[in-house]
Design a protein around this ligand. Structure first.
Ligand SMILES: *Cc1c(COP(=O)(O)O)cnc(C)c1O
Length: 375
């Protein structure tokens, strides 16, 4: 096919606001197919531990539901996501009116920003926190206030002190990605009580299912106490549905209503709705995902220690470790067909993040890492 050369259009780009032009694009994990093309490797020989995906793949119940949903694909999805909302409402004891569904929880995070931020307001988030918070803030033209972390964890006291009269949203990731740090429940609850009620707190719990019960807080129950709280979760991680893009938020019904007004009418497709509703009921799959992660986390962190590498203790399905020449080690791992995630963009140039995989993948990662350290 013949392609037409397109000249740069700087004048056209100048028409976009400066805050849009200065957005640094999100850097996703390297796809397996891309590495296979670049290094001429067999895709089946590559392991990807770069995007905190579920190494068990897809829940069989979700797979069945997807196949059944294909028959109806000529129709628009249920724009209100009735079945999925009903399943979530039953499972978590919330009202369906408290639920916002999204095309991944990224979508839901953006809906919170769109519903509450304007160019004269600001959002507070932590250093080393999930990259999507500055992105959605900047896309509105609002100011982002990044608060220095304390030993890689959110410094809640400092975050509270950073609030200005223009602050409308505080983003918290718990556990945080890429550091894996977890805010203890009591601290989190005290923080919510201290936050002025006219500031929305978005509590991103993408890795909630990986927290052991003993350390988990009933944050959904806190919604009754804090109408300014938005809890977000996802089907991308423990439910193994990252490629489908389904996430959700629980909030006060009035808040959920506002967020629902700014979303696209059909922001979650029908395959995703069906898979998520079925996946939610696959307790066995989520339990196996949790257990595999617990065991894998122990072997990966033990392996890192054997290699003499420091890591940040993680409550997620990934761990970030410190290494000399992180960029070089990343490249050498790629040559061995192992994809991990550089996190220099998160202000951690001396660290790499690895997702916990299958036992065999963890072993192969550790072996390749040992070889890559030596260069
Ligand atoms: C992976 C992740 C998400 C989930 O993103 P989706 O859009 O639901 O796939 C949200 N928050 C954090 C902190 C994450 O790491």
């Amino acid at each position: 096919m013949k392609t037409t050369a397109i000249n740069r259009a700087p004048d056209i780009c100048d028409l976009a606001p400066a805050y849009i032009r200065s957005i640094a694009p999100y850097q996703p994990g390297k796809p397996i197919t891309e590495l296979a093309r670049e290094l001429n490797l067999d895709p089946d020989s590559i392991i990807k531990l770069a995007s905190n995906e579920n190494p068990l793949g897809v829940s069989p119940l979700a797979m069945q539901a997807m196949q059944a949903a294909l028959a109806d694909i000529a129709r628009y999805p249920d724009g209100n996501g009735f079945e999925l909302k009903q399943a979530l409402a039953r499972r978590y004891g919330v009202d369906m009116a408290q639920i916002v569904l999204g095309n991944g929880s990224n979508d839901v995070l953006e809906l919170a920003a769109r519903a509450f931020l304007t160019p004269v307001l600001d959002a507070v988030y932590s250093q080393h926190a999930f990259a999507v918070y500055p992105l959605v803030t900047q896309a509105i033209g609002a100011a982002g206030i990044e608060v220095p972390a304390r030993e890689f964890a959110h410094d809640l006291k400092a975050m509270l002190a950073a609030v200005t009269p223009r602050t409308r949203i505080i983003f918290l990731a718990n556990p945080n990605n890429p550091t894996g740090t977890l805010i203890p429940g009591a601290e989190l609850h005290a923080f919510l009580r201290a936050v002025p009620p006219n500031i929305i707190v978005v509590l991103d719990e993408a890795y909630n299912e990986y927290i052991p019960d003993a350390l988990k807080s009933d944050t959904v129950a806190w919604l009754a106490e804090f109408p300014n709280l938005i809890v977000t979760r996802t089907f991308s991680k423990a439910y193994g549905l990252a490629g489908l893009r389904v996430g959700y938020a629980f909030a006060h019904p009035d808040v959920a209503d506002l967020m629902n007004r700014v979303r696209q009418p059909f922001n979650v497709n029908s395959i995703s709705l069906a898979a998520a509703a079925a996946g939610l009921g696959d307790h066995d799959f989520v339990r196996r995902s949790f257990e595999l992660n617990q065991t894998g986390m122990r072997s990966v962190t033990a392996g890192l220690t054997r290699l003499g590498l420091a890591f940040i203790p993680s409550s997620g399905n990934f761990v970030s470790f410190k290494v000399k020449d992180a960029a070089g080690v990343f490249q050498r791992l790629l040559k061995r067909g192992v994809i991990v995630r550089p996190i220099a963009g998160y202000g951690m140039p001396d660290y790499l993040r690895v997702s916990i995989g299958l036992e065999s993948e963890n072993a192969r990662f550790l072996e390749a890492l040992g070889q890559s350290l030596a260069a």
